[in-house]
Design a protein around this ligand. Structure first.
Ligand code: BJ8
Length: 383
C-alpha cells in the first residue's frame, strides 16, 4: 500500500497550518509556548506548568546560509538550520520558519558543544533556560544532580506560566506521555512484520511530527494510523530490512531514507531521536514523579553520554527484535559524538554478523547520487 492510501497520513500533511492556528489561539488566550531542541527536556514538566511545547530542530537546507553569517560553516547542519530559522523569524519569504518566532522561551540542554554554544548566541533573540545535563549517566551522583536540575526547571516553568506544578498534574502528564509511548510501540510492532505495512519514510514523517503536534492531536493521529495499518498488507514480498542508526532527522530531512527505499530496501526501525530513542522506555508511574522523570530521561543513550554502552545494547536488541539485515549508520557532518561512536558500534554489529554502511552527510542534495551508488552496492550485498 502506498503512502497516499493511508487517510491518516494525508491528514498529517495538512497538520502544519492547523497546528500554527492552534498556537496562535492559545497564545491569544495567554498560554505560553516553550521551544525545545532535545529529548533530554521532559515535556511532562512543561505541560504540568500549563505551557505548550514545540520542537525547534531544523531539518531544512534553506536557512543554513543565514546561519553561516553568524556561525562557522564547519558545524553540524542541524544546529545551523535551527539557528538560521530562529534569527530569521521575520521569515522574509521562507516557508520553513513560521513557528520559530512564536516561542516565549526556549528550554535548552547542555549536550553537544555546537548546541551549547548556539544557545549562548540565541539569548539575543529569545529567553533561554538551560538544563545542565550530567554526562556520566551511570553514577548515582549524576542522577541526584539531574534531579536537582529538573526541580530548577520546574521552578522556571512555574515562573513563566504563573501556575504551580502539582504532583497530581505531573502524574497526569506522565500517564499521558506513557500512553503516547505505548501507541508508538504498537506502531513499531507492526513494522516487525515482513513486509511491514508502512514504509520507513512514512514512519519517519510521523516521528518528525511527534514534538510538533499537540500530544492529544498526535495520539489521535497515531490511533487512526495504527488501525489503518493493521488492515493493510503490502503488495510485495521481501526487501532487505534496514535499520537507520545515529543522528536525528528533523522535519524536512528525509534524504537518506528516501534513497534507501527508492533503491529497494525497507527501513523497519530507526535507532535515533526521531525513532526509538524518543519512546522506548516509559516513565515509572509508581514512583515519585520528579524522581521517575529524572531516572527515565538520564538513560537516553545519546552520544553526548560517556560511557555510552547502553546505546550498543539497544542497537543489538533492536536488530534482533526487528530482524534487521543491515544497519545504515547515519551521521550529520561535524557531529563528532555520533561519528566517533561509529567505530564501537560497527565492531559490535560485526560480531553479531550484521553488515553496516556508514553515511555522513548534510542537508544539501549535492551527494544524493553518490549516496545512491553506495546504498545500491550495500543492498546488493544483502540480497
Ligand atoms: S538526545 S541526539 S536530540 S542532543 S547532530 S546537534 S548531537 S552535532 S541532536 Fe540530539 Fe538530544 Fe542527543 Fe537526541 Fe549536536 Fe550531533 Fe548536531 Fe545533534
Amino acid at each position: 500500500m502506498k503512502l497516499q492510501q493511508f487517510n491518516s497520513l494525508n491528514d498529517l500533511k495538512n497538520s502544519y497550518n492547523t497546528r500554527l492556528c492552534q498556537i496562535v489561539d492559545e497564545r491569544k488566550a495567554g498560554k505560553k509556548l516553550v521551544g525545545t531542541f532535545c529529548l533530554f527536556v521532559p515535556d511532562e514538566i512543561i505541560f504540568a506548568a500549563g505551557a505548550d511545547r514545540i520542537i525547534l530542530c531544523g531539518g531544512k537546507d534553506d536557512t543554513i546560509s543565514i546561519a553561516e553569517q553568524y556561525l562557522p560553516r564547519n558545524i553540524c547542519p542541524l544546529v545551523k538550520s535551527s539557528f538560521g530559522s530562529i534569527v530569521n523569524k521575520g521569515c522574509s519569504g521562507l516557508k520553513s520558519c513560521s513557528h520559530f518566532g512564536m516561542v516565549d522561551m526556549i528550554v535548552a540542554e547542555n549536550t553537544c558543544d555546537s548546541k551549547k554554544k548556539m544557545y549562548e548566541l540565541l539569548r539575543d533573540y529569545v529567553p533561554i533556560y538551560v538544563i545542565d545535563l550530567p554526562q556520566r549517566p551511570n553514577s548515582p551522583e549524576a542522577l541526584k544532580y539531574f534531579l536537582g536540575e529538573l526541580y530548577k526547571l520546574k521552578d522556571a516553568m512555574e515562573q513563566l506560566t504563573g501556575d504551580k506544578v502539582t504532583v497530581e498534574q505531573l502524574k497526569k502528564e506522565i500517564e499521558s506521555s506513557n500512553e503516547t509511548r505505548k501507541l508508538l510501540h504498537s506502531l513499531y510492532n507492526l513494522r516487525k512484520m515482513d513486509p511491514p505495512p508502512i514504509s520507513g519514510v512514512a514512519a519517519l514523517k510521523v516521528m518528525q511530527k511527534q514534538y510538533f503536534l499537540s500530544t492529544e492531536e498526535f495520539k489521535k493521529f497515531l490511533r487512526m494510523l495504527i488501525s489503518e495499518a493493521k488492515q493493510v498488507r503490502a503488495n510485495w514480498t521481501h526487501k532487505p530490512r534496514i535499520m537507520i542508526s545515529g543522528c536525528p532527522m528533523s522535519g524536512g530531512n528525509t534524504k537518506v531514507p528516501e534513497i534507501i527505499e527508492t533503491k529497494g530496501g525497507v527501513i523497519v526501525a530507526e535507532e535515533s531521536c526521531t525513532g526509538t530513542r524518543s519512546f522506548w522506555d516509559p516513565v515509572d508511574e509508581g514512583e515519585d514523579p520528579m524522581l521517575a522523570l529524572a531516572e527515565r530521561y538520564i538513560k537516553i543513550p545519546c552520544s553526548c553520554m560517556s560511557p555510552n554502552d547502553r546505546r550498543i545494547d539497544n542497537i543489538l536488541e533492536l536488530v534482533r527484535e526487528f530482524e534487521v539485515e543491515g544497519v545504515v549508520y547515519y551521521t550529520l557532518q561535524f557531529c563528532h559524538g555520533y561519528n566517533i561512536e561509529k567505530y564501537r558500534i560497527q565492531q559490535a554489529l560485526k560480531k553479531a554478523g550484521i553488515p553496516m554502511l556508514a553515511i555522513e552527510t548534510d542537508y544539501s542534495d549535492s551527494d544524493v547520487e553518490q549516496i545512491g551508488l553506495r546504498v545500491d552496492a550495500f543492498l546488493e550485498m544483502l540480497s
